[in-house]
Design a protein around this ligand. Structure first.
Ligand code: ADE
Length: 250
């Protein structure tokens, strides 16, 4: 790996990336595999920025491009998620220590949730990168928190699937199914576990940080675009700048 191999910053939302592009020095746009990538430097480090797109396959394609085409040494992923763990509230943050694909079911050929031929259902974040992610969020949390959103940090399992979860009944079925195998997710979203699998295949350290935008239930978030603009993208920008700052000192 060349010393100038970049750290990949993957954003689920265009609004998150917009905030980061303002900090990108020597910015160059590269189109590859139908995606727009931005290369340059942030906090003195070489980086490559991309939008994941939505859903497991789209995000896996983007992650593969980051690693195979740009030689990314680490993948740091930000986005939003539905909070399904106890006490995981809108405006909180989950750093994923493990990831599971809640819609993977090749039973009876393989145990439910297991990725066929991988022998595992769970993919772990890189422990050191996850610790750095938590430290980064703890450092910026005091400036991010508001009266409305105290921005509590949670660490644990994130469940991904190609479905936006928007009813309590759906959450209950999903949690029951996973609990039967001992899996208790804190948050649900649509990409993280796919990117974790790609990173595991390429042995590239991975971590995802997700801002909780909803409780995956019938109470749709009052104003999602406003939440993304004023909360999720603010969190993502502060978090990414701080994790890069910490990584630049390692
Ligand atoms: N991303 C944000 N909220 C989500 C939800 N409720 N389900 C799936 N992905 C999400």
């Amino acid at each position: 790996m060349s010393p100038d191999s970049p750290i990949a910053i993957l954003s689920a939302l265009a609004e998150e990336q917009e905030g980061l592009l303002e900090h990108l020095q020597n910015a160059q746009q590269v189109v590859h595999g139908g995606r727009v990538f931005w290369t340059g430097r942030m906090q003195g480090l070489p980086v490559v920025l991309a939008l994941s797109r939505i859903g497991k396959v789209a995000a896996a394609t983007t992650a593969t491009g980051l690693i195979a085409h740009f030689g990314a040494t680490h993948v740091v992923f930000t986005g939003v998620a539905g909070g399904v763990g106890r006490g995981v509230q809108v405006g909180d943050v989950v750093v994923g220590t493990h990831y599971v694909q809640h819609d993977m079911d090749a039973s009876p050929l393989f145990p439910r949730f297991e990725i066929p031929l991988c022998g595992q259902a769970l993919f772990a974040a890189d422990a050191s990168l996850a610790a750095t992610a938590c430290e980064a969020f703890k450092r910026v949390q005091p400036v991010l928190r508001t009266e409305q959103y105290p921005a509590h940090l949670h660490q644990g399992l994130i469940a991904s699937g190609d479905r936006f979860i928007s009813s309590s009944a759906e959450v209950a079925v999903l949690l029951d199914g996973l609990a039967a195998y001992g899996y208790r997710p804190l948050a649900v979203e649509m990409e993280g576990a796919a990117v974790a699998q790609v990173c595991a295949d390429y042995r590239v350290p991975f971590v995802a940080m997700r801002t909780i935008s909803d409780r995956a239930d019938d109470t749709a978030h009052a104003d999602f675009p406003q939440f993304v603009r004023e909360t999720a993208s603010r969190y993502a920008r502060a978090f990414v700048m701080e994790i890069l700052n910490l990584l630049s000192k390692e």
